[in-house]
Ligand binder design. Structure first.
Ligand code: ADP
Length: 488
């Protein structure tokens, strides 16, 4: 099978969150199984270029139509962690991908609409006709629309599209000028069955277009698909998902155990397995040294998260006080894109700066995240909604007990130590329902209590988590089944 991913992120060179991990993990697993896989990305100036080797120009002159002009691009080829990547570099005054950041500009919709058109134009001009195009989130939702509304008439018939929704919190709302920019006809597409948003008059909804035109749409966990089809979590997409109910489904993400695995993790000071758990303790000591926490007989409660509304910043903050109040240490690694949340956490950091039992690190730091997974005892994930969530899966692999809210992929993967109907070997953490401080405490305090009072039982919970298989093995097969199902 020949699969081309078109995405705004792919780890490790282009990662903001889980999207980057998923595109990377799935592509790698497909490539390892012998399928032809390439990933098309924008050639951002902020790519972590040291992860890409053998970078060379593959196509010097690609001219991409964009509104009433042609934008000159070059396409680069390189290899990232065994995956072939194709990078699109526009040479235009708009400097679409020379912004120092991946997202967060006024013209993000235009930037990624252009990218979608350029990726399709590149494949078309280069005569590359994969069996499957796999596109992701609102940024590349226009690709299936372009395939069927523009390129099919030019003779491109053999490709089918799988579209994955990683988060319906960002749908790509825009005006009809975006359709004109990429050469689509708004008069044909601006209706409720296609790209017109269901509740915003005159507004184009790119994600909706992706769902309508893709041959199959997935979410990153089965529970999240149920939630967005049947509750306000769908944020307006409920109707269209149900109209297309025959071609939607949920596939739980995997984690790349080739790197996210305490047995082989290249960063952590002491490697360990479920059979050699005491070796984990050296990482706890290293984490304490690194963050200047005192050495004491206490569990470390940790958070590794983007700090935005979805992740429950108020509860993340509250967990600090619960943890300290119950004799624990607290470590947070978080990055905020919204200014006011960033300010709030900086204020909190200043407030607790000198406390010997807590440390807040505001920013993005993968190396530190690995040390935290390796050194922590409990990981708090109190999300308002969570399409899949990777941090709980990584935590379990590293023998950290997750404390999660029962939503989306968190509910699909973490089973409560006390209340689950699963057999004991499948119980891996603590789960709460209410998105409130009391709700969080009802789970976190049980976890802390277990650490202090029943260490052997706590150890077994860690081992249960480490023995679960959330590798890409099963999800890659699920996606292959979907690809086979939609292939002509
Ligand atoms: P989302 O995609 O919504 O951010 P996920 O749980 O699916 O959430 O994926 C988050 C990924 O990003 C995990 O690999 C996690 O370790 C990583 N991550 C989140 N915040 C940070 C941070 N501040 N520094 C380093 N890694 C982070």
């Amino acid at each position: 099978m020949h699969v081309v991913m078109i995405s705004s992120e792919c780890a490790p060179a282009a990662k903001v969150g889980g999207l980057g991990d998923v595109v990377h993990g799935l592509s790698r697993e497909l490539a390892l199984r012998g399928h032809g896989v390439q990933v098309i990305l924008p050639k951002y100036d902020c790519l972590r270029y040291h992860h890409i080797r053998d970078l060379e120009v593959m196509l010097q002159d690609l001219w991409v139509p964009f509104f009433n002009e042609w934008i000159h691009c070059s396409v680069w080829r390189g290899v990232m962690d065994g995956i072939e990547v194709w990078l699109i570099e526009p040479h235009s005054p708009q400097n679409f991908f020379h912004r120092g950041v991946f997202y967060g500009h006024q013209d993000d919709v235009a930037r990624f609409a252009f990218f979608s058109r350029a990726a399709m134009e590149f494949l078309y001009k280069a005569g590359i006709r994969p069996d499957i195009l796999h596109v992701h989130d609102w940024q590349t939702a226009l690709c299936p629309v372009l395939l069927y509304e523009a390129y099919q008439a030019l003779g491109w018939h053999q490709t089918r599209v799988c579209y994955t929704l990683h988060n319906v919190g960002h749908q790509g709302f825009t005006g009809e000028q975006t359709l004109r920019q990429v050469g689509l006809n708004p008069t044909r597409l601006m209706n409720h069955g296609q790209l017109l948003d269901d509740s915003r008059p005159g507004c184009v909804n790119l994600m909706k277009g992706g769902i309508v035109f893709a041959n199959f749409t997935t979410t990153v966990s089965p529970r999240y698909m149920e939630e967005i089809r049947h509750s306000p979590q769908g944020q307006g997409l409920q109707r269209i998902l149900n109209v297309h109910g025959g071609k939607v489904g949920g596939v739980l993400n995997g984690v790349d155990y080739g790197t996210w695995n305490p047995e082989v993790d290249p960063i952590i000071p002491s490697r360990y397995t479920a059979d050699n758990l005491p070796a984990k303790f050296a990482n706890k000591e290293a984490l304490r040294r690194r963050l200047l926490l005192r050495d004491d007989f206490k569990p470390i409660v940790a958070v590794v998260s983007r700090l935005d509304q979805q992740k429950g910043p108020d509860l993340i903050r509250h967990a600090l006080f619960t943890a300290l109040g119950h004799g624990c240490q607290y470590v947070l690694l978080g990055s905020a894109s919204e200014g006011w949340i960033n300010d709030q956490f900086w204020a909190l950091k200043r407030q607790v700066n000198d406390h010997p039992d807590c440390h807040l690190e505001i920013g993005y730091d993968e190396e530190l995240s690995r040390l935290i997974y390796a050194g922590a005892d409990l990981l708090v994930i109190p999300s308002l909604y969570e399409p899949c969530g990777l941090t709980q899966l990584i935590a379990m692999k590293y023998g950290v007990v997750p404390v999660v809210r029962a939503t989306g992929g968190l509910a699909d993967t973490v089973f409560d130590a006390n209340h689950s109907d699963r057999p004991f070997e499948e119980r891996t953490g603590y789960v709460f329902n209410d998105f409130t401080r009391e709700g969080l405490d009802s789970a976190l305090v049980r976890g802390i209590g277990l650490w202090f009072r029943y260490p052997e039982y706590f150890r077994q919970l860690r081992v249960n988590g480490m023995r679960q298989d959330y590798s890409w093995n099963r999800p890659a097969q699920d996606y292959l089944n979907i690809y086979t199902h939609i292939r002509p």
